[in-house]
Design a protein around this ligand. Structure first.
Ligand code: PMP
Length: 394
C-alpha cells in the first residue's frame, strides 16, 4: 500500500525554520515563520489567556463532548467580534474548527457540496495553503491580480479587471485584513468597488480573517469583513484565533456562513455540522472556551485588548523604524511602502536570488518570495537588515 505513495514536497517555511536553527551565526535574524514574536524573539502566552486557562482548569467539571458546531457561546462571541452586528445574528450559521485552516478547509468543502463546478478565485499571491487545499480538493481555481511589484501596493486596476471575469456562482477568497504574504491592503473605498464588481458578477465572497487586531485596530480590521457581509445574501468567513489570542497550537478557529434568511441559515448550519462530523466530529474546545471567556468577561477582555494593542503598536513601530532607516541609507523613499503595509508581513519585492544572498551572506532568513515577518525584528536587528538590503543592492 504505502509503496504506491508519492513523496510530498517539503513545506518551504518549515524547511527554512530548520535551516535557521542549524545556522551557527549568532547574528542571524529569523523573519521566516509566521508567528508573532516579542523583542526577545519569544512567542508569549498572552496574560488574559493564562488567566482564563487558570480559571477554566479550576471551574471545568467535565470534558464530555460539546456540539458538532462547538460551544454555542464561542459562536456568539466570535460572530460578535468579527461582524459586530453588521448582519442579523439569525442569518449567521457558525461552526468551530481546528484553527483558521480548518475553517478554510470546511468552507471550501461547503462550496464543493453546494456548487461542485464553482471556481474559487484567490489573490495572486495568497497564503500558499489556500492554493494547496483548493488543489487537494480538486476544485477549479482562478487567480486575480493583487500585488503591484513596482509600488509594492495593490494592483487595484488589475484586480478589478480580473474580478470582472468571474462567473456567477464563483467564490472569491478575500483577506479580511493584513494580507498574507504581501502586507498590502485595499482601502475602504477600493473594497467597496471590489464588492460592487463581485456582486455584479454574481460571485460569493469567502473572507479569510486571521489577523484581526494586528493592522489598524480590532474594530478597524473588521470593517472590510463587515462591509462584505452586509452587501451579499451569502458570504463565508473563516476566522482564526491563532494570532490575535496567541493560541496557535490550541487550533482555535470558526467558519461562519452568512445566509439570506433564517431558513437558509438552518440548512447552512446543518451542512457545517455535517462537515465537522465527517472530518473530525467534534472540534477542539479548550482554545475556544478560553477565547469565549476572554471575550465575555469585561476584565479579561480589557486586558486582552490592551495587550493586543501593545503588539499592534509594537509592529507598527518596527515598520516605521525600518522604513526610516532604509530612507536614510538609500537616500530615497522607495522603501516607504513598509510603513504603509499592515499586519505581520511585508513582501520586500525582490528576487529569490537576492533572498538567498541575504540568507547566505548576512544570515537573514525570509520566505523565498521575500515575505518578511516584521515581528521577527527588534531595535538591534533593524539596522542590520536595512544595511544588508542596501549592501545587497536591493
Ligand atoms: N489564513 C491566513 C492568511 C494565515 O496566514 C493563517 C496562518 N498562517 C491562517 C489562515 C490559519 O491559521 P491557523 O490555522 O493557524 O489558525
Amino acid at each position: 500500500m504505502f509503496a504506491q505513495l508519492n513523496a510530498q514536497p517539503k513545506d518551504k517555511i518549515l524547511a527554512l525554520m530548520g535551516a535557521f536553527k542549524a545556522d551557527p551565526r549568532d547574528t542571524k535574524v529569523d523573519l521566516g515563520v509566521g508567528v508573532y514574536k516579542d523583542a526577545s524573539g519569544h512567542t508569549p502566552v498572552m496574560r488574559s489567556v493564562k488567566a482564563a486557562e487558570r480559571r477554566l482548569v479550576g471551574e471545568q467539571t467535565t470534558k464530555s463532548y460539546v456540539n458538532l458546531a462547538g460551544d454555542p457561546a464561542f459562536g456568539d462571541a466570535m460572530v460578535d467580534l468579527v461582524l459586530n452586528g453588521a448582519v442579523a445574528r439569525e442569518r449567521v450559521a457558525a461552526a468551530a474548527t481546528p484553527g483558521g485552516t480548518g475553517a478554510i478547509r470546511q468552507g471550501l468543502e461547503l462550496i464543493k457540496l453546494a456548487a461542485p463546478d464553482a471556481t474559487v478565485w484567490v489573490s495572486d499571491p495568497t497564503w500558499p495553503n489556500h492554493e494547496s487545499i483548493i488543489k487537494y480538493l480538486h476544485m477549479p481555481m482562478g487567480k486575480y491580480r493583487y500585488f503591484d511589484e513596482a509600488t509594492r501596493g495593490v494592483n487595484f486596476d488589475g484586480m478589478l479587471a480580473d474580478l470582472k471575469n468571474i462567473k456567477a456562482g464563483d467564490a472569491v477568497l478575500l483577506h479580511g485584513c493584513c494580507h498574507n504574504p504581501t502586507g498590502a491592503n485595499l482601502t475602504a473605498d477600493q473594497m467597496a468597488q471590489a464588492i460592487e464588481v463581485i456582486k455584479a458578477q454574481g460571485g460569493m465572497p469567502f473572507v479569510d480573517i486571521a489577523y484581526q487586531g494586528f493592522g489598524d485596530g480590532l474594530d478597524a480590521d473588521g470593517a472590510a469583513t463587515r462591509a462584505i457581509a452586509s452587501a451579499f445574501d451569502n458570504v463565508l468567513i473563516a476566522a482564526s484565533c491563532s494570532k490575535n489570542f496567541g493560541v496557535y497550537r490550541e487550533r482555535t478557529g470558526i467558519l461562519m456562513a452568512v445566509a439570506k434568511d433564517e431558513a437558509e441559515r438552518d440548512i447552512a448550519q446543518q451542512n457545517l455540522n455535517y462537515l465537522n462530523r465527517q472530518n473530525y466530529s467534534f472540534p477542539p474546545d479548550h482554545g475556544a472556551r478560553v477565547v469565549t471567556m476572554i471575550l465575555t468577561d469585561p476584565e479579561l477582555r480589557a486586558d486582552w485588548e490592551a495587550e493586543l494593542e501593545e503588539i499592534r503598536i509594537g509592529m507598527l513601530g518596527l515598520r516605521k523604524q525600518l522604513a526610516s532607516e532604509l530612507r536614510r541609507l538609500s537616500n530615497s523613499d522607495r522603501f516607504d511602502f513598509l510603513a504603509e503595509h499592515r499586519g505581520m508581513f511585508s513582501r520586500l519585492g525582490t528576487s529569490p536570488e537576492n533572498v538567498e544572498k541575504l540568507r547566505a551572506d548576512y544570515g537573514i532568513y525570509m520566505a523565498g518570495d521575500s515575505r518578511m515577518n516584521i515581528a521577527g525584528l527588534n531595535e538591534d536587528t533593524i539596522p542590520v537588515l536595512a544595511k544588508a538590503i542596501i549592501d545587497a543592492g536591493i
